[in-house]
Design a protein around this ligand. Structure first.
Ligand code: LLP
Length: 422
């Protein structure tokens, strides 16, 4: 049964009263997550790809709440590290639905994953992107399910830094794929092919995606033994600004199916699409300053809370919950051109430039939209800024706020000498 595309969740669609009360209760900066929206996004994916395996790229948001929601919806888990595999297993994903994509895998990751596989996780699949990774697994006695990541030679994405398909560090070269798949079947059981075009692919231009899918299907049909499945990666984009149309999932699915002319089972592994619009970030204006060029709104969230604007010049919609420029007379204020900046000592610490906000005041509550994917996940403690809390829309704690004591915990204990990586 196919679903139609329901309207995308925009920042304005969140219940402002509810957000205000969460900010009052938990403080800011605060990530708010709506598990119902995560569930709906999973259902839309399963509806659009009824004959495919749908795995969630857990790197987009690895919180237990998200993982349990996605597991219950029936998706699998695509994991980028031993840590992600551990989280997926702990959240209840059966090993049969867990795939570990080993990109230049550190020895400690392979040690851990092979241990878990031996302890009863024999349904687990490991994806290798280099002959060496295969040898490293064989040295550890691994003879389980193996998938080979291939470099498809085409890339796409919202930024060059996340365009992986044509970057040499990902996957075995296309013309060596045959040989590595045969080697994989000698080491263990060769079950799948994998490729990933990049992240944040626009629905307006699916050409790179289609080329990738067609190339992988062609390769799959030539291989002996033939793969059970072909994962054509993640990358489904979501709209971040009001001008961007939502991705038409049905047409992406149709284009994928059309290009996927082979006998293997299709697999997809979106991350962003599952969680991006299920999250919003709340931040308080701590400083308002008029300058010649603009009004600077200093807020308590910055690049350590949400790295995407600093790292990729990514756009996230910023709204004020304290004032309006039209409508509600009680809160109406003059539209004002603002620069929204965080508390970190770098010029990069800007969440939004040239944003029109209702004339800002100290203490205003702002929302930063579409931050469920790669938001909390990429938070850091640079400048000794504790990481924010994450709560659900219902007010349940997903992750507590880090404290100053948490920041020095690793130095204070001194039990571990730090010689092992994992
Ligand atoms: N599969 C593989 C092998 C990947 O490397 C990725 C993302 C995905 C799936 C999921 O891609 P998605 O569906 O989420 O686009 N931090 C960046 C995104 C980096 C994505 C890296 N790989 C950002 O904030 O835009």
């Amino acid at each position: 049964e196919r679903t139609t595309n329901p309207p995308v969740r925009r920042p304005a669609d969140w219940d402002a009263e509810r957000l205000r009360s969460l900010a009052a209760e938990y403080g800011t900066p605060l990530y708010v997550l709506d598990p119902d929206r995560v569930r709906q996004n999973c259902e839309r994916l399963l509806g659009a790809f009824p004959d495919a395996t749908v795995d969630y790229a857990v790197k987009a948001n690895t919180t237990r709440t998200v993982l349990e929601t996605v597991e219950q919806a029936g998706l699998g888990a695509e994991c980028a590290s031993a840590g992600e595999v551990r989280r997926a297993l702990d959240a209840g994903f059966p090993a049969e639905r867990v795939r570990y994509t080993a990109v230049n895998p550190p020895a400690a990751d392979l040690d851990a994953v092979v241990d878990w596989w031996r302890e009863g996780g024999d349904g687990l699949t490991v994806t290798v992107g280099a002959r060496d990774a295969l040898d490293a697994l064989a040295e550890r006695g691994y003879d389980g399910r193996l998938c080979v990541r291939v470099n498809p030679g085409v890339g796409a994405g919202h930024h060059e830094k996340v365009t992986t398909g044509d970057a040499p560090q990902f996957g075995v070269p296309f013309d060596r794929a045959d040989e590595v798949c045969t080697a994989a079947d000698d080491v263990g059981e060769f079950v799948g092919l994998h490729a990933h075009v990049g992240s944040g692919v626009s629905g307006e231009d699916l050409s790179a995606h289609e080329v990738l899918v067609a190339r992988m299907a062609m390769l799959a049909d030539e291989l002996d033994p033939a793969p059970e499945f072909v994962s054509v990666g993640g990358g489904l984009g979501v709209p971040y600004s009001r001008d961007e149309p939502p991705l038409d999932l049905e047409s992406v699915a149709d284009a994928t199916r059309d290009a996927f002319d082979c006998d293997a089972r299709l697999a997809v592994e979106p991350g962003r699409y599952v969680v991006a619009d299920a999250g919003i970030l709340l931040t308080e204006a701590t400083t308002v300053k008029e300058t010649e060029e603009t009004v600077v709104v200093g807020v308590d969230a910055g690049m350590t809370t949400l790295l995407r604007p600093a790292l990729y010049d990514a756009y996230h919609e910023i709204r004020s919950l304290s004032g309006t420029v039209d409508g509600d007379d009680r809160h109406a204020r003059d539209p004002t051109l603002c620069l929204v900046a965080g508390p970190v000592c770098e010029t990069a610490d800007v969440l939004g430039e040239e944003r029109v906000l209702p004339a800002p005041e100290r203490g205003d509550l702002l929302t930063v939209g579409t931050t469920g994917a790669y938001g909390y996940e990429m938070a850091s403690t640079y400048n000794s800024r504790p990481r924010p809390a994450v709560v659900t829309l219902d007010g349940e704690t997903v992750a507590r706020r880090e404290t100053l004591a948490d920041l020095t915990r690793l130095e204070a204990d001194g039990d571990d000498d730090g010689t092992r990586g994992a």
